[in-house]
Design a protein around this ligand. Structure first.
Ligand code: FES
Ligand SMILES: [Fe+2]
Length: 270
């Protein structure tokens, strides 16, 4: 069995371990480990908000709140040792201070990585340690489920992006307006890209269903006040203009035009 991150200073209380394989490359997993920004959006059940304190090739340190208004914030530091395939997530301040989650990664195949996690907490009582270990295992199973789904989706989206083609002159017939109106929100693939047709205050609007940040899925994301928010890092976009709604230098891909031709709504490349 692969040992969880060792070679570190001895640390009190091994509360438990968790092992699994994820259907993602080692590169994708490292990307995920360094991606502090996804915690409150993708793992909203576990994290409420995060603000970065410091980051670098060594990892990152951030201030984290687990629930809205939940007392003291935690300072969490993720320190990586890429060559050794391991990283440590340490709680430096706040609830759980002194805990370390040590993770060992191992590439099993180009799209498969083994993850071995050990939960260390500054607790001596064996009964309490066992309880804490159970809780950690349940939390980490869910976190890795969510991370794996994101990584698999991103890998697929990157492959599709590489195959993107010219769209000039393409059209796609959607149908008569009254039929389209009953079908919205409607997902369509147009020239290798995904778009969503929605009814926004009575107006049919087409917007890209792929986030320009890390290619996150906007297919199911709710639209509020004319803005769609990505489920991966919570970036917001105005669906009418495609522009960032939160000051980021990103915008949605230009959608095809929706035109009425001979009584049927048709998408025409912009
Ligand atoms: S992929 Fe990061 S905000 Fe959408
Ligand atoms: Fe995650």
């Amino acid at each position: 069995m692969t040992q969880p991150a060792t070679g570190l200073a001895p640390h009190p209380g091994l509360a438990g371990t968790y092992q699994r394989e994820v259907a993602a490359s080692l590169a994708r997993v490292w990307e995920n480990v360094l991606d502090w920004e996804h915690l409150p959006a993708l793992h909203e059940g576990q994290f409420h908000s995060i603000s970065l304190v410091d980051s670098g090739p060594w990892g990152w340190r951030a201030r984290v709140l687990n629930q809205p208004g939940a007392g003291a914030a935690q300072i969490i530091e993720v320190r990586i040792d890429r060559d050794a395939g391991r990283y440590v997530s340490a709680t430096l301040e706040g609830p759980g201070a002194g805990s370390e989650v040590r993770t060992q990664l191992e590439a099993l195949a180009p799209d498969r990585t083994r993850v071995s996690v050990a939960f260390h907490v500054p607790v001596a009582d064996p009964a309490r340690l066992a309880l804490i270990g159970d809780r950690y295992r349940a939390i980490y199973a869910r976190l890795w489920d969510e991370d794996e789904a994101m990584m698999v989706h991103r890998e697929r989206a990157l492959a599709q992006r590489r195959e993107r083609r010219e769209t000039q002159g393409e059209t796609l017939v959607l149908g008569p307006p009254e039929v389209v109106r009953t079908a919205v929100p409607l997902l369509v693939e147009f020239a290798g890209e995904r778009f969503r047709v929605i009814d926004l205050d009575g107006e049919l609007v087409v917007h890209a269903a792929t986030c320009p940040h890390w290619l996150g899925p906007l297919d199911q994301a709710p639209v509020r006040d004319g803005c769609v928010r990505c489920p991966w890092h919570d970036y917001a976009f105005d669906v009418r203009t495609g522009q960032s709604a939160d000051g980021r230098k990103l915008s949605l891909a230009t959608p095809p035009n929706l035109v009425l031709r001979e009584g049927v709504l048709t998408l025409v490349s912009a």
